[in-house]
Structure formats: structure tokens, C-alpha cells
Design a protein around this ligand. Structure first.
Ligand code: GLN
Length: 531
């Protein structure tokens, strides 16, 4: 039977609870434990697919096509495993199941209640994921902050899990914060004590407490938490703000978190078997003689989390190539106003990531044109592939009347158009072409040289595609069809002839990049940019 570690958060949000959960996953996976990670979110949405990325950050996509919270990206990167739709649960999903069960008469005339029916459904999903994944340890992160009214059903469910499974099979970790008071120049521990007290009122006593702070933490402050919160001193872990999140697993090692977990759960964990993470952190810390400047041309510039997996993939590729990385956040609407040269003339590479809707599109097209004409390495991700196609077509057909029907439904040359099976779909939630699909690479392409294999599998999230009516004419003019679906029908990767590195994919390679194993396309893109 799997054991469960539950992670809650207190005091305030944005403390890196997801990164902490992922780092616990990392230290267990590095000891050859099979770990499965789950995130429970309070929102009444059924999944993250319909959430506005400008407010909520990136929508992460799994192999099996679930549209999830960006924390799943941390989990996959830190534990180096592919998760599934079972990893991401939102309250909307739970309610949907309950209501469907009720309509189907499955409650046999009983009054349907938050407790036990809703909490039972939460627990059922945890146990089901444990069984399905065959994990030794399931790590469950509870979204939000302790005391949030809308997260109470999750807190009650994890309380019951200890009663159901026993003390040695469950462990509660709590991530809180020490605020800094300027006037007295000290960190304060009281808000964290109070959040533990809140947790206690729900019947949960944490076994591990993580104290986040932006300033150095004193031993006396940790002792205070241990004393007032009734917990072993070595189970109170200081987490001061760090430069790179990838250092966190090694900080947990420094404070012997695995030893505390082993003791409390009655298991033997030993020492870290996998050393690749230690090498990674060495690479991150190493002095770099060269820094590449990459323009990330997007439209959600106030919310950088929207492009989280993209920036992490760029970072990993720069660690691998031993170069520093400076991301220039470039608003495509500013390019529309001032022209591309103003923002792109000194950059080493251009990335156009995924996106939806008309706003800022012409700026992205101008960025692709600038990169193509000036032979600047270009990496297009989903929308970034579509706009590169539009740009090239305008150039070849010598008319601006080329577009995607997403942005101009009546356009004369719809070089990107809606996929056949998408035409009849009216619902927004979960209806795109989602998840992993195979792609076959053409032998003489840059992509093949990067992947070093003919058949690949990558994750998708789109409604529109390359229009095959334009394939021949664009190919004749120098557009390389570098990857297609196995039946050859769907264009998955385009490249440009006579360009040092111009690669754009219909899929999202960023989702499969790992910190210690950068994605081939990102790795080669940064290598080209460094030249
Ligand atoms: N809006 C485009 C489509 O739906 C691109 C999507 C994306 O970039 N993820 O096809």
C-alpha cells in the first residue's frame, strides 16, 4: 500500500508550496522510491484549461491530454516522471462527479452531503491514483492557504486519511512564512504559529514545518516554532529565499528532511542514489563567460508564469550549454507600435510561444520576419509555428492576405485553418487537440539532428493547423516540412532553408523538457544562439 504525504500552506500564498512538494518528490525519487504527485485545487472549474493564463499562469498539459495547473510542471521537472490526468483535481471535477452520481441514483436515496460524500470522493481519487500509479509514496498538495473557506473539504479529507490509513502511512507537511519587520529588523514567527493553530483546529498536527523567509532565519526562531507548535526541532526546516528553485532539493538534503520522513513513516530511505541533480546545481552556480539574450515575444507580459515551462526549458538548455541566459520580455504589441528592429536587433535568439486570440498577432508575425530575414535563431511553439507560416506565406505569395482563420475568418489565403474535427465543437473545456501524439521527422532536418531519432512523441494543445493546400507552394519556396503526423497529413514542424536555426513546432516541446535533460529543440536553439 502507498504512503501519503500531504502538503498544506499557511500565512500567505505564493510561497513556493508546489516547489517544496516537488522537492520532497525529488529527494524521495532520488532514493529510488516510486513517487506519484497530485494537486488539489479549490476552484470550481473542472480543469485549468478554461482559466485565464494572465491571471492563473500557464496551463500545463500532460501526455494524456489533461489541462492542468502549472504546479504539475514543477512535479514533472523535479521528479522526472510523466504525470496523468489523475494528478490534477479541481473542486469542479469533484462536484461534477457527485452530481452525476446523484442523478444516476447511486446514493440510493441518501441525503447527499459535503461530509461524507464530497470528502469520500476526494479520498477515492487519492486512493485510486495510488493504486493506478503503483507508487510507494503519493505526495498530495492542497491548493490555497489554510483557513480558506473554499478549501475545507480537502483539509477534512486529508484529516480522515490518517484515521483511515494509520499514522505511519500518512505525513503532514506545512509551508508557512516569517514576515520581516523593518522597524525592529527581525523576522516574526507568530503568523506561522497561528496558521499551525488553524490547522490544529481542523484536527491536523503537522509532522514537518517549512519556514519560508526572505531574510536569514535564526536558530531561536526555529526553536520557537518547535516549542509552540509541538514538533521535533529537526522537523522544522528553514527555507530562505534562494536564487534558483532547483537548489531546493539539496537544501532539503542539507536539513536531513529524508531522515525525518523515514523516521516518521517507519521506512528506510538511506542516502541519495541519483547524483545528476547535484551536477545540475553545480552547473547553475558555475560562473558563465558568455550570456545569450533571448527575446520572448508574447502578450501576457505582466504575468510571467504564463510562460513558465518555456522559461524553464530555456534555462535548462542554457545550463546544458554552460551559458548565462537573459530573457528579454518583449510585448508583441510594442513591436506593432515601434517595429521589430527596435527590440530584436541585438538579440541572439527569438522565441514566440503559444497563445490564443488576435491581440498582438501582427507583432509576433513581424518578430518571425525579422528573425528569418536577419538569420537570428528562431524557435516557434504552437502559435509561434502558425505565425511563422503566415509570415512566410505573405512573403512567398506576395500579399498580406494570408492569415489563420482564428484571426481572420474570411481571409483570402487561410494558410492556417481550423482542424476538420474541431469544426463542430462548441464547448470550450477540454475540446482542443490535446496531449501526446506521434510525429515522424524528415531525415535531413535540423529537428532530426537534434532528436537523433525518426519518431517522437510530443504534447499538443491547439484547434488550428497548417493548411495542406499551401504545402507545395511554400515548400518550393524554402519552407521545410521537418515533421508530420505518421500518416503525413498533419504538419508538426516547419523549418527554413538557408537559415542557421529556424524551427517551429505545432506541439509544445517545453512541457517535456527537464532541468537536467533539456529538450533537444531548446538545447540546439540555445546552442545556435550562443554561436
Ligand atoms: N491558438 C492556436 C490554436 O488554437 C495556437 C494554440 C497554442 O499556441 N497553444 O491552434
Amino acid at each position: 500500500m502507498a504512503k501519503f504525504i500531504f502538503i498544506t500552506g499557511g500565512v500567505l500564498s505564493g510561497l513556493g508550496k508546489g516547489i517544496t512538494a516537488a522537492s520532497i518528490g525529488n529527494i524521495l525519487a532520488a532514493r529510488t522510491k516510486k513517487v506519484f504527485m497530485m494537486k488539489f485545487d479549490q476552484y470550481l472549474n473542472v480543469d485549468a484549461g478554461t482559466l485565464n493564463p494572465a491571471e492563473h499562469g500557464e496551463c500545463f498539459v500532460t501526455d494524456d491530454g489533461a489541462e492542468t495547473d502549472l504546479d504539475l510542471g514543477h512535479y514533472e521537472r523535479f521528479t522526472d516522471q510523466n504525470l496523468s490526468c489523475k494528478s490534477s483535481v479541481m473542486s469542479g471535477q469533484i462536484y461534477q462527479t457527485i452530481i452525476e452520481n446523484e442523478r444516476a441514483g447511486k446514493y440510493l436515496g441518501k441525503t447527499v452531503q459535503l461530509i461524507p460524500h464530497l470528502t469520500d470522493e476526494v479520498k477515492r481519487r487519492m486512493l485510486d491514483a495510488a493504486k493506478d500509479s503503483k507508487a510507494d509514496i503519493v505526495i498530495v498538495e492542497i491548493g490555497g492557504t489554510i483557513g480558506d473557506f473554499e478549501g475545507l473539504h480537502f483539509v477534512e479529507a486529508i484529516r480522515q486519511m490518517r484515521r483511515d490509513l494509520g499514522i505511519e502511512n500518512t505525513l503532514y507537511g506545512h509551508v508557512g512564512f516569517f514576515p520581516y519587520l523593518e522597524t525592529t529588523e527581525e523576522l516574526k514567527t507568530k503568523p506561522l504559529q497561528n496558521s499551525i493553530r488553524d490547522l490544529n483546529t481542523y484536527g491536523i498536527q503537522p509532522d514537518l514545518i517549512f519556514c519560508r523567509a526572505d531574510h536569514p532565519i535564526k536558530e531561536s526562531q526555529l526553536n520557537k516554532i518547535a516549542t509552540f507548535c509541538n514538533i521535533d526541532r529537526d522537523a522544522v526546516v528553514p527555507l530562505e529565499t534562494i536564487e534558483s528553485v532547483y537548489e531546493l532539493p539539496l537544501i532539503l538534503e542539507k536539513f536531513n528532511v529524508a531522515k525525518v520522513i523515514a523516521r516518521k513513516m517507519g521506512i528506510s530511505l538511506g542516502s541519495r542514489k541519483d547524483k545528476s541533480w547535484i551536477e545540475l546545481v553545480k552547473k547553475i552556480r558555475a560562473k558563465k563567460t558568455k550570456t545569450v539574450q533571448i527575446a520572448l515575444v508574447g502578450k501576457y507580459m505582466d504575468m510571467k508564469d504564463t510562460y513558465y515551462s518555456v522559461t524553464e526549458a530555456l534555462k535548462s538548455a542554457s545550463y546544458y550549454n554552460s551559458v548565462g541566459l537573459k530573457i528579454l520580455w518583449t510585448d508583441s504589441e510594442m513591436i506593432e507600435k515601434d517595429g521589430a528592429a527596435k527590440y530584436l536587433k541585438n538579440v541572439d535568439g527569438v522565441v514566440v510561444p503559444g497563445g490564443f486570440g488576435n491581440r498582438g498577432i501582427e507583432g509576433k508575425i513581424a518578430a518571425a520576419k525579422f528573425a528569418r530575414e536577419n538569420k537570428i535563431p528562431y524557435l516557434g511553439l504552437c502559435l509561434g509555428m502558425q505565425i511563422a507560416t503566415i509570415e512566410f506565406a505573405r512573403n512567398v505569395l506576395k500579399t498580406d492576405k494570408c492569415n489563420s482563420t482564428e484571426f481572420d475568418s474570411e481571409v483570402e489565403n487561410p494558410v492556417i485553418h481550423i482542424m476538420e474535427h474541431q469544426k463542430k465543437i462548441t464547448d470550450y473545456g477540454g475540446t482542443m487537440r490535446l496531449g501526446a501524439y506521434p510525429c515522424v521527422l524528415s531525415k535531413d532536418s535540423i529537428s532530426f539532428k537534434a532528436y537523433k531519432q525518426r519518431e517522437i512523441s510530443e504534447r499538443h494543445r491547439h484547434r488550428y493547423e497548417f493548411n495542406n493546400d499551401y504545402r507545395d507552394i511554400l515548400a518550393k519556396a524554402g519552407l521545410v516540412i521537418a515533421g508530420t503526423s505518421p500518416d503525413g497529413k498533419l504538419v508538426e514542424i516547419i523549418e527554413m532553408k538557408n537559415h542557421p536555426f529556424f524551427v517551429a513546432s505545432q506541439f509544445h516541446p517545453e512541457f517535456k523538457s527537464r532541468p537536467n535533460r533539456p529538450h533537444p529543440l531548446f538545447r540546439e536553439f540555445i546552442k545556435a544562439a550562443a554561436k
